[in-house]
Design a protein around this ligand. Structure first.
Ligand code: FMN
Length: 601
């Protein structure tokens, strides 16, 4: 299919055309005599030129059927999935003139909106394709209005051993266990800065605060109607319960992104998915939002969290609750799935370990979206991902409340024309006068109708309150226990202190008690009770002398009006210890302190 050559192609096409014009000189058709026949020469020049022109048109125009039906099958036949992935990234990070592009127009019916930011169309590329931010403009040029780079981890890491990416062709699916292969924050930062600096050099007026500050009047994608997201992951060696990798990501890469995505749903990093449960998620998102607030300029970047459709309804409700309470701006559902048996897969690679993506994921991603939508306020958008293959899938996601969709696996199978194909399919499916925006939330009567499921949110609130009460009781118990332990410790300390101070006085005062008993008796404290001031003995039951045995539970009552300094025990009263019965003989001293019967003076 030959397409009209747009003006922008004049430069890219000039090179192949020039090359083809030279070709006859190098390899021209010559007569046996050695002379070149001018007619044949012109004929072959024209043929080669035409082939080159047609080839170039097919190459540059991402809509060419050749991409989906020739180039992609050839790549699949010749390269393993990871090689094919690398090749695609290389092609899309080539200089602008050498890259295929979307030659179509995004009409007004395709306009979308995300977190208050306008989008030329509702189709984005999901995380995991451009892991190290190498081909952002190549992807925008293909017609994606939203590009998500990453997942990026703080430290470079190579990921899992090869092979780790598998095609499931019979199922239009893939399984990957890349395990966050990432060149690290530093490398991604340098790519983002390079891109910004190159743009600033061409448009200095947009950068009054210098070439590395966010531009004025433009999103950080540097293209109106486009969004650049940075997806943050976590190093395999980082502690499972640490949020630090994400917080560092927000600080380091957040200033260059319209959206930072917190990816806690990849199945290939041990422990990562556990971060989706409510308490760790709330803690993480609260920290991320605070970090974002600290670096925000003009309300950017926004924060989104990416979850998997493998979560139960309860778990999705927990995610919604964490999103609501922490002020996160949006949710992406879904990442890959670890489901297998229920998917009815045909491919021989179905048994590979890892996250499954592509068509079989779609019903599960859609179901998760439908569960989540009524649990979030209408102003918290959801990005639908997971098995979106064509315009009909995208519109089904929109009707269930997705503000936009992302693709990855379809891009791997359908090729560089995928965004254009999807957009054309969406536009064709829309009734005349209809628009993407009007489809968003159509299942609820439109975006304005995407209200809370009041009963569900109320029930969830009641459950939360009950849990909070229970937690409160546990905390009170713990505190009480700690208080009594602390009091007991204080009492023991006071006893030891008094013992040390009184030892000399008692020995020198000649009480008539045997030395050992005196030594035991001095282990005392001065206590104030409602009955008066008491000197409490804490000598052990195993004391060696009869007097000391008496002293074991002895309490010498001193009238309340008699001032007794805490450090002095009156010796004559000590003699009376034999006659005095302890008020609670079985209770230990610590028990009496705990019960409030006694307090230390
Ligand atoms: C090879 C591959 C690598 C991926 N890497 C990431 C990643 O690094 N971070 C992430 O959040 N999602 C990653 N994903 C998940 C995709 O972003 C997407 O959520 C998922 O594939 C579902 O969409 P799809 O069915 O259109 O592919 C990856 C997917 C694939 C196929």
């Amino acid at each position: 299919m030959l397409r009209r050559l747009p003006g922008t192609l004049s430069r890219p096409l000039a090179a192949p055309l020039r090359a083809s014009a030279r070709a006859p000189v190098v390899g021209g058709v010559r007569h046996a005599s050695g002379t070149t026949h001018p007619g044949r020469w012109i004929g072959s020049s024209l043929l080669i030129g035409t082939v080159a022109l047609v080839g170039a048109v097919y190459y540059y125009d991402s809509r060419s059927v050749a991409h989906e039906h020739v180039v992609m099958p050839v790549i699949r036949a010749l390269a393993d999935p990871e090689q094919g992935h690398k090749l695609a990234v290389k092609v899309l990070s080539a200089p602008s003139w050498a890259r295929p592009k979307d030659m179509g127009e995004d009409g007004p019916a395709l306009k979308a909106e995300l977190m208050g930011m306008p989008l030329d169309n509702p189709v984005g590329i999901a995380a995991g394709f451009d892991k190290d931010a190498q081909c952002i403009d190549g992807l925008f040029d293909l017609g994606f209005a939203y590009v998500e780079v990453g997942s990026v981890c703080p430290q470079p890491q190579s990921g899992n051993p090869l092979p780790r990416f598998f095609r499931l062709e019979e199922d239009d699916a893939a399984i990957n266990r890349y395990g966050f292969n990432s060149q690290g924050h530093g490398q991604a930062l340098s790519q983002l800065r390079k891109r910004l600096a190159a743009f600033a050099a061409e448009h200095p007026a947009l950068f009054p605060n210098g070439p590395l500050a966010p531009p004025t009047g433009l999103p950080r994608s540097l293209r109106p109607g486009h969004i650049l997201a940075v997806n943050l992951g976590k190093n395999k060696t980082s502690p499972a319960d640490s949020d630090d990798d994400y917080l560092r990501g927000v600080r380091t890469l957040g200033p260059y992104a319209d959206v930072v995505v917190i990816n806690i749903s990849s199945p290939n990093t041990p422990g990562l998915r556990a971060l989706q449960s409510r308490e760790p998620l709330e803690r993480l998102l609260r920290g991320v939002v605070a970090e974002r607030d600290a670096i925000a300029v003009n309300g950017l970047p926004k924060v989104a969290v990416k979850v998997t459709c493998d979560l139960s309804e309860e778990e999705l409700a927990d995610v919604a609750s964490a999103v609501r309470t922490t002020g996160v701006d949006g949710v992406i559902v879904s990442n890959t799935t670890i489901r297998r048996d229920e998917l009815g897969l045909q491919s021989e690679n179905a048994g590979e370990t890892g996250g499954l993506s592509g068509r079989p994921l779609f019903p599960y991603a859609l179901a998760a979206l439908k569960t989540l939508r009524p649990l979030l306020p209408p102003n918290v958008p959801i990005i639908g991902a997971g098995g979106v293959w064509d315009g009909a899938d995208a519109l089904a996601m929109a009707r269930a409340g997705a503000s936009m969709v992302q693709v990855y696996t379809a891009f791997g199978y359908r090729g560089v024309g995928t965004p254009r194909l999807l957009k054309d399919e969406i536009a064709r499916t829309l009734a005349p006068g209809a628009s993407w925006e009007k489809q968003v939330g159509a299942d609820y009567g439109g975006a304005a109708g995407m209200k809370w499921d009041a009963a569900r949110v109320a029930a969830e609130g009641a459950k939360l309150r009950a849990e909070a009460r229970e937690l409160g009781n546990v905390l009170t118990e713990i505190r009480e226990k700690m208080d009594s332990q602390r009091l007991a410790a204080e009492a023991d300390e006071a006893l030891a202190h008094l013992a040390a101070m009184n030892a000399a006085t008692l020995s020198a005062d000649g009480t008539g008690l045997p030395e050992d008993a005196v030594r035991e008796l001095v282990h005392s404290a001065v206590i104030e009770t409602p009955a008066g001031v008491e000197v409490v003995e804490a000598a052990p039951a195993s004391s060696p002398t009869p007097d000391a045995v008496v002293a074991e539970t002895a309490i010498a009552i001193i009238p309340a009006d008699k001032k007794v300094a805490p450090t002095v025990v009156e010796i004559e009263k000590v003699e009376a210890v034999e006659k005095v019965q302890p008020s609670k003989p079985k209770n230990t001293f610590a028990d009496q302190v705990h019960s409030g019967d006694r307090r230390l003076v």
